[in-house]
Design a binder for this molecule. Structure first.
Ligand code: HSE
Length: 296
């Protein structure tokens, strides 16, 4: 029977002002192996409650099989996951992209990135985590009449990345439910100008411009209130010209970017971070998902 192995990077979405349209792949990975068998479904390497047909990876496989008119068989799926769950680091996107890519290979075809982007966005509802999980790097993405577009931006090597991971989950549905239905015209202009400047600063390696442009009025003011400790961390980091930060995706993780030219002052923000949160240094993952095994 056929087997396939896949490795999918974590992603951080929004990146301040780019709500639902900016995302970046990080070098933290979920790995999946899928073996096609006669019948049945067995999912290992995850909590027992996810060993069922409702598993997002499996649902993404079935979604793709239907699109390709491929008859679903039985599957043994194994997860080796390093992306924290429900922390705003693209763990759902990794399951969706992995599931669709596995289905494409098992159905006998090649991985088609445009289809993974489109079908993945149909499942997730927005493309900002899916695009970097597929293409890697920093991606601009959007939707247009049922189609999805994505474009990669080259990022200069001028900052270090630290992820602060709280010890609690924040479901995206809850984080989206606190957002207002309408925003002020002036706030929209604020975010558009920052998003455009942010892309320029990323390309040019201009940390001062990045710090100015990473501000947001669309989601962080509302979601920050769902993250105990956020205000303290924000207050501390706002004082430093060498650091900037944003809520990763829907939260609750927070990403800190530090100017590579900054002096080494490791105590600067440590005091504001709750002791039970994890801190992890990561880097941009330049590649999207990869196929690690294709046995027949
Ligand atoms: N752009 C999405 C949001 C990312 O902020 O809700 C989380 O899925």
């Amino acid at each position: 029977m056929r087997t396939v192995g896949l490795k999918v990077p974590a992603t951080t979405a929004n990146i301040g002002p780019g709500f639902d349209c900016l995302g970046m792949a990080l070098d933290v990975f979920n790995e999946f192996t899928v073996e096609e068998v006669e019948s049945g479904l067995k999912i290992s390497g995850c909590a027992k409650e996810y060993d069922c047909e409702d598993n997002l990876f499996y649902r993404a496989m079935v979604y793709a099989f239907k699109k390709m008119n491929y008859d679903c068989k039985g599957y043994n799926i194994n997860f080796k996951c390093d992306i924290p769950v429900c922390r705003g680091l693209g763990s759902s996107a990794s399951l969706i992209v992995g599931g669709i890519a596995a289905a494409q290979i098992l159905a006998g075809g090649k991985c088609r990135n445009e289809k993974i982007l489109k079908w993945g966005t149909e499942i997730e509802g927005h493309p900002d985590n899916i695009a970097p999980a597929v293409f890697g790097g920093l991606c601009i993405s959007g939707m247009n009449d049922g189609n999805v577009f994505a474009s990669r931006v080259n990022v200069a090597d001028f900052f270090e990345i630290m992820v602060l991971i709280p010890d609690f989950e924040l479901p995206t549905s809850l984080a989206r439910s606190v957002l207002p239905e309408k925003i002020l015209f002036t706030d929209a202009v604020f975010n558009i100008s920052r998003s455009l400047m942010l892309i320029e600063s990323m390309k040019n390696g201009d940390f001062r411009m990045l710090k100015t442009s990473i501000a947001d009025k669309m989601h962080q003011p509302y979601r920050g209130k769902l993250i105990p400790g956020y205000e303290n961390i924000a207050g501390e980091l706002n004082k430093s010209p060498e650091h900037c930060f944003f809520i990763s995706g829907a939260g609750p993780s927070i990403i800190i970017l530090r100017d590579k030219k900054a002096s080494r002052n490791t105590n600067l923000y440590c005091e504001a971070i709750p002791a039970n949160w994890k801190c992890r240094c990561v880097a941009i993952c330049e590649a999207g998902f990869s196929i690690t095994d294709m046995g027949w």
